[in-house]
Design a protein around this ligand. Structure first.
Ligand SMILES: [Zn+2]
Length: 488
């Protein structure tokens, strides 16, 4: 068996293999090791007791003995399918093991040296298998791995072992039985090692049921769950009660201030359904840590006058965009809003959808949670670049519109506003509103400029914000709530 050198030198440039190199270093330290020894160490970590008891036939005593059953740790068992081995014997027509079965993985290397498809080094190689790389996907990004060549991908001993070690280096979250989310932070090896230590210091759980790291919220979809993870990290950095070590704190500050020395940080998130195997259906690649963190800090500052923890308010605002449907929660709106925030785009149509499709149709509908409008107004101003004066006008008009529509029982007008498909329809509805509710719409909103814009904003955004404010005010039946929600 060949030997393998473990160190934090020579990254491969492949996010999964590099992730595994960091795990190997963390597990074994720097040095040269027998491949067999490292392989067994990893299997030891990846195979856990299931809590069930099995029986084997002990030849020496001629009787059955009990042993603790084991299996590949979840969710690794979705990717590693190798079943345990042990000799068998037939007793009374029934097959029994002759010893507790042992989990194994077979690594066989070529006699001739070849170029490793991942790191490019000349060495003996093995054919890549699923257990060395879980993301056998067609996405262009990974084409370098499953390269579309007719021949199998070839891996040197170091890359093959790192591939297996990768299963010990991810964060994951299971959403019931239906969904599995997987997260891998990718940077230079030293930064990845520091991150690994940071996660281990933060309620990281090596043998958990639903996930190995706590998130602020999660759902069936990838963007919302990614945002739930990022908020958890942001909160740790700002919190006085955080368990972060000084080293971890410095690292987070570097990442969120984007002053990492070697390689900027990227977060890869994968989502899929865990059946017999993992069926990937979506992926996110996120690297705007600095921008998003700055925005988060602005939200916290904006809310620091309240008595509750501003972090909890921010998290609560995002958490609300879901609806109970039967026995499950539909969080499609939260996912779309999270997508917009991760991409620094306008989430307003998704907030509008949530209000009109989920909230307003509910029997016990209430307005948006405290802090929601404050948080998104700051977003519209600072991220989308919306004119503050226009925003103030929309807030005022929308508020009046919703309240009056409520008094006159004219919810249909709000749906007409929401459904306006072009500027003409929008103005027709506004006319209707002036007429039926006896309200005056300010000139500011009624002047459409070149490119179908109103005061520099697309007409659709103006319409959308107006319908959000109006519906929110419509749903604020109590006066006390209204002022809380609408004034900022
Ligand atoms: Zn290699």
């Amino acid at each position: 068996m060949p030997k393998v050198k473990i160190s934090l030198q020579n990254p491969t440039g492949n996010f999964w293999i590099d992730n595994g190199l960091v795990v190997l270093y963390d597990l074994l330290g720097e040095g040269e090791f027998d491949v067999e020894y490292v392989l067994n160490k990893l299997i030891e970590k990846l195979v856990v007791e299931t809590g069930n008891i099995g029986q084997y036939y002990d030849k020496d005593t001629g009787s059955f003995k009990e042993y603790k059953k084991r299996n590949w740790i979840f969710p690794t068992n979705l990717f590693i399918k190798s079943t345990p081995r042990a000799a068998k014997i037939k007793i009374d027509g029934k097959e029994s093991f002759l010893s507790p079965p042992k989990y194994h993985l077979k690594l066989e290397f070529s006699k001739k040296k070849e170029i490793c498809d991942i790191c490019g080094n000349l060495n003996v190689t093995t054919k890549a298998a699923m257990w060395m790389f879980p993301f056998a996907v067609k996405q262009d990004r990974f084409a370098n791995f499953y390269s579309g060549l007719k021949r199998a991908t070839k891996l040197c001993p170091r890359c093959a072992l790192a591939g297996l070690a990768g299963y010990l280096g991810w964060l994951w979250k299971a959403q019931g039985r239906d969904k599995l989310h997987i997260f891998i932070f990718y940077s230079d090896l030293k930064t990845m090692l520091k991150l690994r230590k940071m996660f281990k210091s933060l309620e990281y759980n090596e043998n958990p049921k639903g996930g190995n790291f706590p998130l602020e919220f999660s759902g069936d979809y990838i963007h919302e769950t990614t945002l739930g993870l990022l908020f958890k990290l942001f909160g740790e950095l700002l919190s006085q009660e955080s368990n972060l070590s000084e080293e971890a704190k410095t690292l987070l500050e570097e990442i969120l201030g984007e002053s990492l020395e070697e390689k900027p940080l990227t977060l890869f998130a994968f989502s899929g359904s865990p059946g017999k195997a993992f069926n990937m259906d979506s992926m996110v690649e996120f690297s705007e840590f600095k921008t998003l963190y700055r925005l988060y800090v602005r939200w916290i500052e904006q809310l620091n006058w309240i008595e509750r923890k501003p972090h909890d308010v921010v998290v609560g605002v995002f958490r609300q965009f879901q609806k109970k449907e039967g026995n499950s929660l539909n969080s499609i709106w939260r996912d779309k809003i999270a997508w917009a925030v991760l991409e620094l785009r306008d989430p307003s149509t998704f907030i509008e959808d949530f209000m009109f499709e989920a909230k307003a149709r509910d029997d016990n509908s209430n307005p948006l949670r405290f802090g929601t409008l404050e948080i998104f107004e700051l977003y519209w101003k600072e991220v989308i670049g919306m004119d503050e004066k226009l925003l103030n006008v929309l807030r005022g008009v929308g508020h009046n519109l919703g309240r009056t529509a409520n008094e006159k029982n004219e919810m249909g007008l709000l749906y007409a506003l929401r459904n306006a498909k072009n500027p003409d329809e929008f103005y027709r509805v506004l006319n209707d509103i002036q007429f039926r509710l006896g309200l005056t719409i300010p000139e500011d909103i009624l002047q459409i400029q070149k490119g179908e814009k109103i005061k520099g904003s697309p007409w659709l955004r103006v319409k959308t914000l107006l319908s959000i404010y109006a519906m929110n005010s419509y749903l604020s039946k109590e006066r006390k709530n209204e002022t809380q929600e609408v004034e900022s």
